[in-house]
Each structure stands twice: as structure tokens, then as C-alpha cells.
Design a protein around this ligand. Structure first.
Ligand code: KG4
Ligand code: ZN
Length: 335
């Protein structure tokens, strides 16, 4: 069997990433240059700065990936690039680079949906995932529950009607003065606090649908904070309650979807899937219901290019190649 080596490039937000993955399974190189330290000063990602930093870093990151894999440029079989969804200016840097690289080497170009990449991170890490599955995708920009009857097939069962879960983490962390990115900051504060001292609403759990709403939860946390005169002594407890509330809402609705669809498996994907409280609750509650629960290792939860190169392997096998007039899109109408 021919060994297929795909170079993946990812620049959709604030990580400049390149990876080389063989046959959709073996990570030969995985390089991530994070701009977090640069954006921290502004309390969130500044799109213009993100694009400029991608331009500075992209060729360095790609070269580092080839060096780590011990390969020459022409030893790869295809170039995979995230072209949606994300910050358009940031996406365009990776896209332009990938097109030039693929053209110069005369290799096919593969367009990868960033969210498919996040979901695929599970398959990079585990080779025993069974279908049908239900997948909770939770990132800075998306929160949805998907039904996957088979690999690569997705049906959206429910989504947030306002903020994404990661966005809610980031906003609450900001007003609590915990900094950016909010998810890891809240997790750290929560470890020092106690959930239940301040009670937040389990929004939408009384509804039978599979949608979420996190904007009201964020406001409820802010009201608690203001009601207590923004007392620094309550930060850790409020962070713990906020994290616990989110983990419960996400877990209950995802497992409800899994039971409804008679799924065997639950997958977690996206940056918020790095959250300890969510991973533990989903695993314990899911296994109690007879489900197998998977999540990627921490390094593959947040943005990386290994998930893009891995996901592209299946498109490569189908001959699903993009032309050089491929465009970048901030959002997609379907998954
Ligand atoms: O998937 P990702 O790296 O980028 C997007 O595609 O959006 O997700 C970033 C999001 C941020 O909102 C960040 O706060 C959140 O993932 N995040 C976490 C954790 N690590 C990252 N949220 C909760 N707990 C974490 N440990
Ligand atoms: Zn992402």
C-alpha cells in the first residue's frame, strides 16, 4: 500500500500551524506557533494582528514541520488547508501559502473544514471508535451536537442560539479579570474554588430540544459578581460554579442526544473539549449509560494542523481536490 503523506496548514485564528500526517493516522510532525501571548494584552484575538503574525510565521512553521518529519518538500503527496470557518484575513494567509506551495510542487490541494478537523482529532488518537456516534463540538466559535451515522457523515441535532461555549468562557474570564484565553484561566481558578456557593441557572435543561443558550448564563454570572461588589475573594468560587454549570448543560444535552439516536459512542471536539470538568463529567455519565466516550489528547483539542492533515486523507482517497481559485469563508451554511 502506498504511504500517503499530507502536509496540513492551519491559520484560521491565532495559531499558525503545520503538520505532516501519514495515511490519516501517523503524525510525523506537528508544529503549532501560538500567538496567545501577543493577543493577551488586548484581552482577545485582534484579527489584523493575527493575519500579520501568520505572514511572519507561516514559512518558518512549515519548514519546522518538514525538519521534524525528516522529509524533503517533494516527498509529500498533497497540501491540505483550512479554508473555513475562521477569521477571513487569517485564513487567507494560510490559503495563499498552501496554493503557492502546492502549485510549485505540482501536488494536489485539499480544502478542509476546520470543524471536520476538530472532530477528526478523535480519530487521530483512537482507532477503535464505533458508529453511530454523537459528537459535541465546542470551540471558541461553535457549539453544536452532531449525529454521525458513519465516518464523515454529519447531521446537526442542536446548536447554541447565541454565544459559543468557548466564547462564554472567554467573556466570563474577562470580566472576572482572569485574562485570555478564558477557558484555561477559568479551569485554573475553578481548581481553587468550590461550585455551588453561588448558584447559576442550568439554562435550557428543562427544554427537550438539543439547543443551547449561554448568553443568559454569562449575564447571570456577571450579576452575581456585581451583587457581591466584585469581591476578589469570590472569583474562584464563581469560576468553579460557571465551569460546573457549563459542563452539566453540555453533558446532559449530549447524552440525551446519544440516547435519542441510540448511539454507541460520544465524541468531544474543539478547544473546550480540553476542559477537565467537561471531560470527566461526560466520561463518567456517558459510561454509566453504557456509552463509550472519547476526547482527543489536550494537544489535539485546540487548533492544530495534524487534525487538518489527518482529515484530508479521506478526501485524498476520494480524489476530492480543490482548484487554485479556492476561497476562504468566515462561516459555512452547513457542516
Ligand atoms: O478550537 P479552538 O482552539 O479555536 C476555535 O476554533 O475556536 O477553541 C478555542 C476556545 C477558546 O474559547 C478557549 O477559551 C477554549 O477553547 N478553551 C477551553 C479550554 N482550553 C481552551 N475552554 C475550557 N477549558 C479549557 N481547558
Ligand atoms: Zn478551532
Amino acid at each position: 500500500m502506498k504511504e500517503v503523506k499530507i502536509l496540513g496548514i492551519e491559520t484560521s485564528c491565532d495559531e499558525t500551524a503545520a503538520a505532516i500526517v501519514q495515511n490519516g493516522r501517523h503524525i510525523l510532525a506537528n508544529i503549532v506557533n501560538s500567538q496567545i501571548a501577543i493577543h493577551q494584552e488586548f484581552g482577545g484575538v485582534v484579527p489584523e494582528i493575527a493575519s500579520r503574525k501568520h505572514i511572519e510565521n507561516i514559512s518558518l512553521v512549515v519548514d519546522a514541520a518538514f525538519k521534524q518529519a525528516g522529509l524533503a518538500y517533494d516527498e509529500i503527496d498533497a497540501v491540505a488547508i483550512t479554508n473555513a470557518p475562521g477569521l477571513v484575513g487569517a485564513l487567507l494567509v494560510g490559503l495563499s501559502f498552501a496554493k503557492g506551495f502546492a502549485y510549485a510542487l505540482d501536488k494536489p490541494l485539499i480544502a478542509v473544514n476546520h470543524l471536520h478537523g476538530h472532530i477528526y482529532a478523535n480519530f487521530l488518537a483512537h482507532d477503535d471508535i464505533e458508529f453511530p456516534a454523537v459528537c459535541l463540538i465546542v470551540s471558541g466559535g461553535h457549539t453544536s451536537i452532531l449525529y454521525m451515522p458513519a465516518a464523515g457523515e454529519y447531521e446537526v441535532l442542536g446548536s447554541t442560539i447565541d454565544d459559543a461555549a468557548g466564547e462564554a468562557f472567554d467573556k466570563v474570564a474577562r470580566f472576572l479579570g482572569l485574562g485570555y484565553p478564558g477557558g484555561p484561566a477559568i479551569q485554573k481558578a475553578a481548581a481553587e474554588g468550590q461550585a455551588g456557593k453561588y448558584v447559576l441557572p442550568r439554562v435550557f435543561l428543562n427544554r427537550q430540544d438539543l439547543d443551547f443558550s449561554f448568553s443568559g448564563l454569562k449575564t447571570a454570572a456577571m450579576n452575581q459578581w456585581k451583587k457581591n461588589d466584585m469581591d476578589p475573594a469570590m472569583v474562584n468560587d464563581l469560576a468553579a460554579e460557571f465551569q460546573q454549570t457549563l459542563a452539566e448543560i453540555l453533558t446532559v444535552k449530549t447524552l440525551r442526544a446519544a440516547m435519542l439516536k441510540d448511539a454507541r459512542t460520544v465524541l468531544l471536539a474543539g478547544g473546550v473539549a480540553a476542559n477537565d470538568a467537561l471531560r470527566i463529567l461526560m466520561k463518567n455519565e456517558g459510561e454509566a449509560k453504557g456509552l463509550k466516550v472519547y476526547y482527543p489528547p489536550l494537544s489535539l483539542c485546540t487548533d492544530n494542523a495534524a487534525m487538518i492533515a489527518g482529515s484530508a486523507y479521506f478526501q485524498y482517497n476520494k480524489g476530492d481536490f480543490a482548484s487554485l481559485d479556492l476561497n476562504a469563508y468566515a462561516s459555512l451554511s452547513s457542516l
